[in-house]
Write a protein that binds this ligand. Structure first.
Ligand code: FES
Length: 195
């Protein structure tokens, strides 16, 4: 009788031990699963940071920063604009300063062109016309030409010496002929409505 009672006690202790082991295993499994999900989350967040933190447009491409060169490289004031088809802009050097005009007509999106004889921009699609500095002259377009944000920087320090205002007015040229002209083709300033 005494022996039977002792055997029962041993069995109970063994069962309790097994149960404890199972609980430990379950806990370990849950911990591992939690760590694995954390790892996946960190990898996803890291991936998103890499994707969104990386500039979408490369320098020199449309949508990115285009470095024209220095002030000394500009065409004479009020001469034919310079055409940069790859980055979709015309660069004009007006008496008041330099401007980068977006090449797309604000009427229905055709590419307008420069007419040297008439000294103005004319759109081949519906005939809208614009001044050298992009101001609306005539035609169905609702506004003047859009401009890109333009900055003139010190060649040594990168300090901004002059930049576009929110109207896209001509940017006055600083004295330093080596100052660098950079145009942000990802930032467009809408032309003024004439209506
Ligand atoms: S798209 Fe230029 S005038 Fe219509």
């Amino acid at each position: 009788m005494v022996e039977a009672t002792a055997a029962k006690k041993d069995n109970k202790q063994e069962e309790a031990g097994e149960e404890e082991k199972t609980q430990l295993n379950r806990r370990e499994f849950l911990n591992l699963a939690w760590l694995a999900s954390l790892g996946v989350l960190v990898a996803n967040v890291g991936g998103a940071v890499v994707i969104f933190g990386y500039p979408r447009f490369k320098e020199g491409e449309f949508g990115g920063i285009f470095t024209f060169g220095s002030i000394a490289d500009l065409p004479e004031k009020a001469t034919s604009p310079e055409n940069f088809p790859k980055v979709k802009l015309w660069l004009v050097n007006t008496d008041e300063g330099v401007q980068a005009l977006y090449k797309v007509c604000p009427h229905l999106g055709c590419l307008y062109g420069w007419n040297d004889q008439e000294f103005k921009f004319i759109c081949p699609c519906h005939g809208s016309q614009y001044e050298y500095d992009g101001d609306y002259i005539s035609g169905p377009a609702p506004r003047s030409l859009d401009k890109f944000v333009l900055r003139i920087e010190d060649p040594d320090t990168g300090q901004v010496l002059a930049e576009s205002d929110d109207q896209g007015s001509p940017v006055p040229l600083p004295d330093n002929p080596n100052a660098v002209i950079r145009i942000d083709t990802g930032k467009r300033i809408q032309g003024k409505n004439h209506e």
